[in-house]
Design a protein around this ligand. Sequence first.
Ligand SMILES: C[S@@+](CC[C@H](N)C(=O)[O-])C[C@H]1O[C@@H](n2cnc3c(N)ncnc32)[C@H](O)[C@@H]1O
Length: 220
Amino acid sequence: MPDEGKAEREVPDDALVERFHQLWYSQPDTWLTTYWLGVKTLKCPLDLWIYQEILFTTRPDVIIETGTYSGGSALYLACICDAIGNGRVITVDNRASDDRPAHPRITYVRGSSAAPRVVAEVKQAIEPREGAMVILDSDHRKDHVLGELRAYAELVKEGSYIVVEDTNVNGHPVCPNFGPGPMEAVEEFLAEDDRFVVDAERERFLLTMNSRGYLKRVKA
Ligand SMILES: C[S@@+](CC[C@H](N)C(=O)[O-])C[C@H]1O[C@@H](n2cnc3c(N)ncnc32)[C@H](O)[C@@H]1O
């Protein structure tokens, strides 16, 4: 066992982080073979653990997830809600699928997550008194992510979070040719909305796909 609390905290060097990210995406048995209760889940388990901690401490009434894919992350979130006895999941994807898991806490919405019709449908499903946690994992291009941030931020109450997934693309440190993506959307959003800050404490496991992507609302 490590000697708890005595070691100085160190930040991993860039080369180590870069190598982890490269391996994560290049190996055949990492991100594409991660399952939650048998359902494919495109998440790094280190980040899922952080999700669990956020859900337990902030207890949002609703989790809005954009980018459902197979529904593995939505099922994971719903199971954590079951465990803590609170919350439901609204998950949005523009691609239809009959194979996604059914769960009483999950609502599937079909459509583009930044489209006004879809944003209105999601907002209509939430009571004014309810607070949301938002997870953005759909189209990772900057303009789309920024549109999502602007659309859903108001649903997040003080103390809760928006998580912008995959800020690692566009050379941070993977996919250098991606073009402006989630990281660039985060920087522009933070420059225009001072209610949110980066919560670096949520990156404390040293390796995350969401660097600077755990955004905490700190002002009403
Ligand atoms: C990275 S996957 C989501 C992974 C999932 N959250 C998980 O952790 O398993 C991205 C998903 O976003 C969806 N998507 C792409 N563009 C979208 C858009 N404009 N609106 C909503 N969903 C979109 C894709 O169909 C795909 O299922």
